[in-house]
Design a protein around this ligand. Structure first.
Ligand code: FES
Ligand code: FES
Length: 165
C-alpha cells in the first residue's frame, strides 16, 4: 500500500488536515477526505468541468490535480458560496433565470462563473460564451445559464469572496 502524506487543505476558509496517497486527486480528497461532496465528478479526465473549483480564485479542474499540489493555496468549493442563510448572487440568479441543471454539472458551472465574474465583472457577451463553453452539459442550450450569469454580474461586487474568510 502506498504511504499516505499528511497535508492541510484550506477550503472555504477552513483548514482540513487529511492523510492522502500522493496520487489522490483534489476532487477525491475534497469529496471523500474533507466530506465536501458538492464538487462532482463527470468524466474524470479534464473534459466536462463538473469538478471545477477555485484555486487561488481561479477555476481549475479538480480531477486533474493532485491534492498534495493544492496544499497552501486557498480552495473554494460550491459549499462556500452561500453565507448567513443567503444564496450567493450567482446561485440566486441561476434559480431566478432557470439556469439550474443537474447536480453534476451545476456546481461546476457555478464555480466557473464565480471565477470568471470575479476576474472580470464587465466581461463581454462573446467572451462569456467562450468561457462557459469550457463546461459541458448536453441537456441544455446554455441560454438560461448565460442569462443567469449576466444577471448576477451586477450583484457580485457587493458580495465578499467566500475564500477570503
Ligand atoms: S470530472 Fe473533471 S473535467 Fe470532468
Ligand atoms: S450534465 Fe447536468 S443537466 Fe446536463
Amino acid at each position: 500500500m502506498t504511504e499516505r502524506i499528511e497535508i492541510t487543505l484550506r477550503v472555504n476558509g477552513e483548514p482540513h488536515r487529511i492523510a492522502v496517497e500522493p496520487r489522490r486527486t483534489l476532487a477525491d480528497a475534497l469529496r471523500e477526505d474533507c466530506g465536501l461532496t458538492g464538487t462532482h465528478l463527470g468524466c474524470e479526465h479534464g473534459v466536462c468541468g463538473a469538478c471545477t473549483v477555485l484555486l487561488d480564485n481561479r477555476p481549475v479542474r479538480s480531477c486533474l490535480m493532485f491534492a498534495v499540489q493544492a496544499e497552501g493555496t486557498p480552495i473554494r468549493t460550491v459549499e462556500g458560496l452561500a453565507r448567513d442563510g443567503r444564496l450567493h448572487p450567482l446561485q440566486q440568479a441561476f434559480w431566478d433565470h432557470h439556469g439550474l441543471q443537474c447536480g453534476f454539472c451545476t456546481p461546476g458551472f457555478l464555480m466557473l462563473a464565480v471565477g470568471v465574474l470575479e476576474a472580470n465583472p464587465e466581461i463581454g457577451a462573446a467572451e462569456l460564451r467562450e468561457a462557459l463553453s469550457s463546461n459541458l452539459c448536453r441537456c441544455t442550450g446554455y441560454q438560461n445559464i448565460l442569462k443567469a450569469v449576466r444577471a448576477a454580474a451586477a450583484d457580485m461586487s457587493a458580495w465578499p469572496k467566500s475564500g477570503d474568510r
